[in-house]
Structures are given as C-alpha cells and as structure tokens.
Write a protein that binds this ligand. Structure first.
Ligand SMILES: *[C@@H]1O[C@H](CO)[C@@H](O)[C@H](O)[C@H]1NC(C)=O
Ligand SMILES: *[C@@H]1O[C@H](CO)[C@@H](O)[C@H](O)[C@H]1NC(C)=O
Length: 873
C-alpha cells in the first residue's frame, strides 16, 4: 500500500514535470496564429425538432501571445471580418457585426486557465460576452484530471480526458450557474431543464490549439404537460489555419505592468446579463395594457382563457411597476368593474410596491370594500413569491386585531399561508424567524380562545401554516377538543405530508377511528380513516381497518364511507384491489352481503378530470352523510405529475343539525342535534380560506339561500391566480445570455344554485365551475446584434357541472351527476429571429388544437339506482 502511494506520487510528479513545458510551447511569446471561427445557435420546439430558428456567426480570429513566461501570459485576440446570417433569412448582415472586430481585446492566461479579459470600456455587454466566449475556447489543460474552471456560463468541475496524445474531451459537472432564478417548490408547477455541455479539442504535438468543438444543449419544458417546451443548441467550432506569424511583444517586466499598459477594462469570464431596453413608442407598460384590455378584466370574463392570458402579461409587467402607477389604476373611476381582478393581479405580482398600493387603497366601510379587501388578501395568500416585508406588515395588522370578524379571519389565513410559502423558499425553513413569529402568534391566540369558533379560526391558521412543530398542538385538540374543534384539528392534520406520520401518530389516528379512548365525532373519525388510508396500509393494516365494517359500531354512514373509499382506491390501483380482495376472501364475516352492501349514502369517488394531451388531473369527491343529509363534502381538483399531486382547487361543504328536517327515526349514533349550520369552505392551491357560512342557527334556516327562491346561480368564487412561475438565466459557451421563463394562470368562476323544498321534501343543487387555464413559456436569447425567441403557449377552458338531487320524502335518496362539456386544448409555438441593427425580423408560428371530448362521469351503481328512483318519482 505504502509502496503504491510512493509510486503514484512519483508518477504524478514525473507527469507534471513532463507536461508543464508543453504549455510553454503552446503560446509561444511573439507568435500569432489564425483560426476560423464558426458558431451556430438554433432554438426550437421540443415536440418537433425540425422547426427551428437560428443564426450563424463566422469570423477569423487571430490569437497572439504578446507577453509571457511559463506560468503567466497575456494573449491578444483580434476578430476579423465577422458575418452574421440567420435562419430563416438569406441576407448576410456583415455591417451589424463590424463593431466586434474593430479593436483587439486581451486575456490573462495562467497555467491553462483564462483568469481575466481586457476590453474597451465602450463595448456593449453583449459584445463583451461574445469576447468571453472566444477567450474561453483557449482555456484548456493537457493533463487528464479534475479541475475547477470558470467559463462564460458558470463555475464548474471539469474533467479532462485524453483519447490520445492530441485529442481531448472536457466534460463539466457540478456547475454553479451565475444569475438569479426563481421557481416554485411544488414539483407539478415547476419546469425542468436538461442540459449537456461538452468540449472536444485537439492540440498539435507541441500542445498548441489545433481545433475546438464546443457544444451546448439546453432543453426546457413544463412539468405539467408531456414534452411541452423549447430547446436551445449552440455549436462553436474553431479551426487553426495553420500558419504562424511573428508579432511585436509588450516590453514590461511583470504581467501587472503589461496589463496596465493596455488601458483597458478588466472583466471576468462570466457573462453579464443583458435585457434589451424597449425604446420604441409601442412599448407595453402595465397601465397601457390594462387600459387597452379593460373589458377582458371585467368580472363576467373570469373563467375564460383570454383573462388568464392577459393576467400573465400583466403580472410580468407589474413586477417592475411602481406603487404610484398601481394606485392610479386602482383609483380610476372607469376601472370600478375591474377592481376585483386588479386586486387579484396585485396579489399575484406580490412586490412591496404592489402591496403598498393595495394597502393604501383598501378600506372597510362598506360590504363592497370589505369584499375587495378580502379578495386582495386571498390573492396574496396563493401568490408564488411571498415577501418577508409583506408578511411582517400583515402580522402587525393581525396583532392589532381588526374589528371586522371576517376580515380578521381572512387576515389570519393569509399570514399563515404566506408564512408557509415563505418557509419553502430556498434558504428558508419553518425555523426562519418570520415564520416562527407567525407560528408563535397563531399558537398564542389559539390558547387564548374560549369559544369553538375562535379556536377554529386559529386551527385553520395552523392548517395553512403546516409547520411540523405544531403537530402536537393539533393532535391534542383532535383528542381533547369539543366535536367541532376536534374535526377542525383533524382537517388540519390531514393536510400535512404523510411522511410525518410515525407509529405514535398512527396509533392516535387508530384511537380516533376505533374510538378506543372515548367517543369521537364521525367526521373526525372519517378524517382519521382518510389519513390511515393515505399511509398506504399493508395487508395486516388493511385487515385491521376492515374490522370496522363488521363491528357493531352504529355509525353506518362511516362504514359506508370506508367501503366507498376502499372501492375507490381499488379502482385506481390494481395492487390495492388484489390486496383488498384477499382481505375480504380470508374473512367469511366480511364477505357477506350485509357488510359489503351496507346501507348509507356516503360516497367516495375519484375520476379523471383531464389527461394527455392536456395536463393530468383527477377529481375526487368525498361526501360524508349523516341522517340522510350531507355532513361534510369535499370535491377536489388536483394536478398530477409523476407521483406528485397538487391540489388546484377544493370545494368543501359542511352542514350540521339538518337531519331533523329530513328523517326522524334514525338509530345512528352521533347524529348531531346542534343548531343547524351550513356553509362552504374553499381552498385554492392548498390555502384554505375562511368559511362562507350560508346560515347558522335554527331561526335563520328558512330565511336564506335555501328558502327555495334561489333561482339565479350565485357566484361562490371568482378569481384568477398564478400557477407556474419560473425564471432562469443561463449563458452559452459562446458567451450569449439567455432567459427561460414560464408563467401559468388559472381563472376560476364557480357558481352555484341550491333550491330546497321542505314541503316537497326534496332539494336540488347545481354547481358550475368554469376555468380558463393558460401556461406560457419562453426561451429568449438577446444580444445587440441578434435575438432568438421561442414561445410556447397552452390554453384550455375546461368546465365542470355538478348536480345533485336529494329526495327525502321516504327513505332518503341522493342522485349526483358530474359532467364535463367538450373543450379545446390549443398549443401555439412561436419562433422568431431578429437582427436588430439590420432591422430584420422573421416570425413563424405553429398551432395545434386538440378537441377534448366531454364526459359524463359514471359514479357508481348505487348512485345510478337512486337516480333512476328519483327520475321515476
Ligand atoms: C415537424 O414539422 C414539419 C414541418 O411542418 C412536418 O413536416 C413534420 O411532419 C413535423 N414532425 C412531427 C413529428 O410532427
Ligand atoms: C399523464 O399520465 C400518463 C398516463 O399515466 C403518462 O403517460 C404521462 O406521462 C402523464 N403526463 C404527465 C405530464 O405527468
């Protein structure tokens, strides 16, 4: 072992001694070599790689060594007769590039690495970037091994591998890319970048550069759709023209003195960002765009793709818009109809400037103003870029405890949601100071509460915060709280990641489900069951859960709920279906009609909402009934990508104390006889809003929505929010900087209508959800001499219609129908290339439309039977 080590050290010493002079031969002082330079850049759609735009730059490059010793050298580069051509396009645009060639630039070479370049102060950024790309081609090692190198795009580990004495490859890994980037933490809403970057080069037997081929390939796609995105490819070739000429050298003693004598500006190899300034009069601004498209922002246009498309453009512009501009838009009398959507926008833009503007505008005098204040807070709650300053501001507002109860509730939910999203940003966690402050506030307020309603507000806050540090608080409330508190705590617990549930938590949920220590509300039990099933039970655990079906527990609706959920899971997963069949077959007491055909109206269903070629999404409906009426209902629309699920929208319904209106001779335990209450609980992108209570208390029942006169559908939720939000910047090896970005928006209009006749003993409800979904992404490369831009946009207007008929004239029957009308998915790819100095621009567009057939979802046999019964009566 020791001997080996010594041999190795000797070998590597010898290696070094042998190779070091090779560099000396490579850039011989006072010599200059000429190379032909060729760079082709292409960009296109990932779906069809034959549809591209691109450009080619050709030039002659002269590289001279004007000062040097073995370790340090000063290289001089001169770019001659550069030309630019574009595809599509036929004219060569020589003149536009002449500036690159006008003056030489220099590079400081140190043992194979280019440490600095020296350029004319007046060079624009993109020409300097081009020079960085040229200089970096002369950065190479002749000894195989791992090095750390900086090039125009990143600092990377670089592996040099030689194929023979003159042919080498360098491969980069662990790159730390320059430039800010932003992306959401939720995988289904993210975009993926795949890249490869390689350099192959050959040297002469003396070690001087013969030719180089440097390749970059970037593929950028939106996770939510299959193969939906763009690619960018760059190939640089440098070939020696063979001849070497003598040149004058700089007569200085040190490299520092030599550099100083140039009188040029020193720069690193890392490319600098460049964003072309909009100089012509047609430039879009936030105010201009909003005025031009006022109509698209009216409330009746919510739920349409046009609204979402405009929303994306406005968010982009709004991120650099001033507080004053926002204030002017908000105060504009002509914008009165649009204020709701403008506040949605401010919430999505989520800068300190937009927050200031919204805050200065909001007041709470009238119901209308209150509605707008809450709308802004709800938009902020689901925004993708939470700001610390905004969270602190809202927390301070909450600490002052506003008098308006609904606004206060919404404020608490918004602060909690923002803190949750803030904790998930890179570099943050639930331990981050401001997140802790929000958590402390919520827990402290919760402890101060006396009444259930107060507790529910702060439990919902913890639900939105989802800090693992609060699990014990929630478990305690689930176990020891009143019925309502316990259910609220269980709802919160269900929203946490299943990865948190260890054996101890599992035992707690089993206690609640099987009522080991005491009796629990059936909704708390159903939620405990949901969690235990989320944990993907194995055979033994499933056998244990199934015991509930044959037990003498009187909660027959809970048994039905379990049965429904088992069937639902078996429908979606063949492995689970096999296991479930085994569990039932192995227990004769389970395998009989009374158990399998248990009574009860509770249902659990999961159906495909959308699939390829559009995004994959499922619709889950859980309806827990009690005494013939709905007790807790959830309809959830979730985006699915790979193994990951993201809840886009959840409509929750809750009711209590209604069973007395329906049937009186029910032996089910736990039928609650509290005051009647009914309401709706929405969550958008995982943020739960304060509940909308339809009525509360026996006296009010007949006087409200359910009085049988609600013949017009009433909007329950209308808003446009961001989905995807991604921005990245990279540079190619040729020095050019490019930007990747994706924004997506969903505009939702949910309206409903409920009619109920106590005399006819029936109820009818209709809920319609109209959505406009747009995702728009781009890959943009900009320089002062050429620009490439590839955009991809997908848009669709899916709708969902839910109707239910309940007849409780005798044995209650419930018929539900879920329908999705036809829709169209359109995908547009636009590619453009322009040479700004030559005033040249070409745009190509490809559009694909897919007709998505409508579907009436088959629910289950029991539902079909009941629909038939109702149809006959
Ligand atoms: C790609 O586009 C070209 C030109 O429009 C077309 O001929 C070709 O069929 C397309 N290929 C695919 C795979 O769609
Ligand atoms: C959607 O689901 C199909 C079928 O499971 C799968 O092949 C496809 O890759 C999924 N698409 C996305 C974007 O997850």
């Amino acid at each position: 072992m020791k001997l080996q080590l010594v041999t190795f050290m000797l070998a590597s010493l010898f290696g070094r001694c042998h190779v070091a002079p090779a560099f000396g031969d490579a850039f011989q002082l006072g010599t200059e070599q000429s190379y032909s330079y060729w760079n082709e850049v292409r960009a296109g759609n990932t779906r069809n790689v034959s549809l591209t735009v691109g450009y080619i730059v050709r030039a002659t490059i002269r590289a001279a060594t004007v000062w040097g010793n073995d370790e340090h050298k000063l290289l001089r580069f001169q770019v001659e007769s550069p030309t630019l051509s574009t595809t599509p396009g036929d004219v060569s645009r020589k003149s536009t590039l002449s500036e690159i060639g006008s003056a030489p630039f220099f590079a400081y070479w140190n043992l194979g690495q280019i440490k600095k370049i020296y350029v004319d102060e007046n060079n624009d950024v993109t020409l300097t970037n081009f020079k960085r790309g040229v200089a970096s081609l002369f950065q190479y090692q002749l000894l195989d091994g791992k090095y750390v190198e900086v090039d125009p795009s990143a600092t990377c580990d670089v592996q040099y591998t030689s194929y023979d004495e003159t042919r080498y490859r360098k491969a980069r890994s662990n790159c730390v890319f320059a430039g800010e980037r932003f992306e959401r933490s939720e995988y289904p809403l993210r975009s993926s970048t795949v890249y490869s970057r390689n350099v192959d080069f050959t040297v002469s037997t003396e070690g001087s550069l013969d030719n180089v081929k440097a390749e970059d390939y970037f593929e950028y796609s939106v996770n939510a759709y299959d193969k939906f995105g763009s690619f960018l490819e760059s190939i640089v070739k440098l070939d020696s023209k063979g001849s070497t000429v003598k040149v004058k050298t700089i007569q200085k003693n040190t490299i520092e003195e030599a550099v100083k004598s140039l009188g040029l500006k020193e720069k690193t190899l890392l490319s600098e960002d460049y964003i072309p300034k909009c100089t012509n009069k047609n430039c879009d601004t936030f105010a201009k765009l909003i005025n031009a498209h006022k109509k698209s922002l009216a409330n009746e246009r919510i739920g349409k793709q046009g609204t979402s498309k405009l929303f994306l453009q406005l968010v982009k512009l709004g991120r650099t818009t001033s507080t004053e501009t926002f204030q002017r838009v908000l105060k504009d009398e002509a914008m009165q109809e649009q204020r709701g959507q403008v506040l949605d926008l401010l919430g999505a833009i989520q800068t300190v400037a937009s927050h200031k503007a919204a805050k200065s505008f909001l007041s709470f005098e009238s119901d209308e103003e209150m509605f707008l204040a809450e709308r802004y807070l709800q938009a902020l709650a689901v925004g993708s870029r939470p700001q610390k300053a905004v969270i602190e501001d809202l927390l301070a507002m909450a600490e002052k405890r506003p008098n308006e109860e609904k606004f206060y509730d919404t404020l608490v939910q918004t602060v909690a949601s923002l803190a949750n999203r803030y904790a998930k940003l890179p570099g943050n966690s639930f331990e981050t100071n401001v997140v802790q402050q929000v958590q402390d506030y919520l827990v402290k307020q919760l402890n101060r509460c006396g009444k259930d309603r107060c507790k529910q507000k702060f439990i919902r806050g913890l639900h939105n915060l989802k800090s693992p540090q609060t699990l014990n608080v929630l478990v305690k409330l689930a176990l020891e709280g009143s019925s309502k508190t316990s259910v609220a705590a269980m709802k919160a617990l269900r929203s946490f990641s299943v990865f948190l549930w260890n054996d101890e938590f599992r035992a707690t949920f089993e206690d609640i489900l099987f009522q080991v220590s005491k009796k629990f509300d059936t909704s708390a039990r159903a939620l405990a069951l949901d969690i235990l099933l989320d944990l993907k039970p194995d055979y033994d655990e499933l056998t244990h859960l199934a015991q509930l079906l044959k037990s003498n527990d009187k909660a027959y609706e809970l048994k039905q709920y379990l049965l429904q959920k088992l069937n639902m899971l078996a429908d979606r997963c063949p492995h689970f279906a096999t296991m479930l069949r085994k569990v039932i077959q192995n227990d004769p007491r389970l395998n009989n009609y009374h158990v399998i055909g248990a009574r009860g109206l509770s249902t659990a269903l999961m159906r495909t909402y959308s699939s390829v070629p559009s995004f994959n999404a499922t619709l889950e409906s859980l309806q827990e009934m009690s005494g013939g009426v709905l007790k807790r209902g959830v309809v959830d629309l979730a985006l699915e990508v790979g193994e990951e699920k993201f809840s886009m929208f959840t409509l929750g319904l809750f009711a209590g104390g209604l069973s007395s209106f329906v049937s009186s001779n029910d032996e089910e335990e736990n039928v609650d006889d509290s005051d009647s209450i009914a309401g709706m609980e929405l969550s958008v992108q995982g943020s739960v809003f304060r509940p909308l209570v339809f009525f509360d208390g026996k006296g009010e029942l007949m006087g409200h929505v359910w009085s049988g006169t609600a013949s017009e559908p009433t909007p329950a939720y209308q808003a446009t929010t961001l989905l995807q939000d991604n921005e990245q910047r990279f540079a190619l090896q040729n020095g050019a900087v490019f930007h990747l970005s994706t924004l997506g928006a969903i505009s939702i209009d949910l309206n409903g209508q409920v009619t109920m006749s106590i005399w006819g003993r029936n109820a009818h409800s209709k809920v319609e959800q109209n959505t406009g979904i747009v995702v728009s992404g781009s890959v943009k490369l900009d320089t002062t001499f050429v620009s490439l831009d590839v955009c991809f946009v997908a848009s669709q207007e899916p709708q969902l219609h839910l109707t239910s008929d309940l007849d409780f004239s005798s044995d209650p029957t419930l018929c539900m129908q879920v329908m999705q009308p036809n829709s169209v998915l359109s995908q547009t790819f636009e590619r453009s290339v322009s040479a700004p100095m030559a005033k040249y621009r070409k745009i190509r567009q490809t559009k694909i439309t897919h007709k998505i057939a409508g579907v009436t979802h088959v629910l289950n046999q029991k539902n079909n039977n009941m629909c038939n019964l109702i149809a006959q009566s």
